[in-house]
Design a protein around this ligand. Structure first.
Ligand code: GTP
Ligand code: MG
Length: 307
């Protein structure tokens, strides 16, 4: 049971907006102290919004990790664009994530303009401050944020301190609307179910292990998840690719790639499910150009659900 909250209690949705690869998912995981959203070194890793929850006595922040801002008029990339825009609409307040590793000032300015235009409360988080050769950009970005009427905090998730995290969380809570009660159970740290988490973990390993356009034209879907199976849970998953020619790449020489993807994913899934063994079977399925096919995109939940 949630306790009755005092009159200064705050709770709401905080959208995380930034360019692809800015460090949005890393920032959310760091703030909620759980790995909820997948992170890779490649841009456009996050494909749909993922909620991460932080609850304390003074308030609850429901972070919404969004895909990076991209521009496109068709297919999967158009979904990514719409999803980021829709997260702005669905949020009470916004965090603009600006990486000091971003060489183009215009690309960071574009993010600030998007959040300022929303007319919602916002602040900027300047990330990757451990990249010492780029630290001159911190003060430049701080000035830019100020010129748009906002406040900023700088952080590195690699060299983090408890103070940094606490200070950012306090600011995040202050951006939330007043509320009588939390929006979600205070014990929860995400609304994602185990099936979607494990699909995302497998997609993360595919992103890390596979090169060129292959991970961008790949999706992951659970075919069967038998949690009660003996001696251990059994999970059967399809790795969906858009072209026949990608199949040997996903499988790799003598099955090396698919084996690595499976091993790494299985280890992480076992940790998340808090069990010592799961059986994971990966199957590669070709669905020609699925990322341009509305029906398949819908099956894979790459659609904006109209409320
Ligand atoms: N050095 C350094 N790297 C970071 C930091 N934060 C994130 N990264 C790295 O930046 C890369 C991208 O991180 P993500 O969190 O996936 O970025 P994102 O903004 O969610 O990316 P998309 O979902 O693709 O839009 C990863 O390789 C992270 O490890 C940081 O504070 N310092
Ligand atoms: Mg991300």
């Amino acid at each position: 049971m949630n306790k009755v909250k005092n009159e200064n209690y705050r709770a709401g949705f905080l959208g995380i907006i930034g360019q692809p690869n800015a460090g949005k998912s890393s920032l959310m995981n760091y703030l909620i102290k759980e790995k909820v959203s997948i992170v890779t070194s490649k841009p456009q890793t996050t494909r749909r919004r993922i909620l991460g929850l932080h609850s304390e006595d003074s308030g609850q922040v429901v972070f919404i990790d969004a895909p990076g801002v991209v521009k496109s008029t068709s297919g999967l990339n158009m979904f990514l664009q719409q999803e980021a825009e829709d997260v702005i609409k669905a949020s009470d307040s916004l965090l603009a994530v600006l990486s000091i590793n971003e060489d183009s000032i215009e690309r960071n300015e574009e993010i600030l303009e998007m959040v300022a235009k929303s007319k919602k409360p916002w602040m900027a988080i300047i990330t990757k401050t451990d990249l010492t050769e780029k630290i001159h950009r911190i003060s430049m970005l701080k000035d830019l944020v100020k010129s748009k009427g906002g406040e900023s905090l700088a952080v590195s998730i690699k060299n983090d301190t408890i103070e940094d995290r606490q200070m950012i969380l306090e600011k995040c809570i202050s951006l939330m609307p007043q509320a009588a009660a939390p929006l979600y159970d205070e014990e929860l740290f995400t609304t994602e179910n185990v099936k979607s988490i494990l699909e995302e973990i497998i997609r993360e390993k595919c992103f890390e292990i596979l090169e060129y356009e292959v991970p961008y034209q790949l999706a992951v879907q659970t075919r069967k998840f038998d949690e009660e199976a003996k001696p251990c849970p059994k999970i059967y998953v399809d790795i969906i690719i858009g072209k026949d020619t990608h199949k040997p790449i996903v499988i790799g020489k003598g099955g090396a790639n698919i084996k690595r993807i499976g091993e790494q994913a299985r280890e992480e899934i076992q940790k998340i499910m808090d069990i010592s063994k799961v059986y994971l079977e990966l199957n590669v399925v070709v669905k020609d150009n699925w990322f341009e096919n509305k029906t398949t995109m819908k099956e894979l939940k790459y659609v904006i659900e109209k409320q």
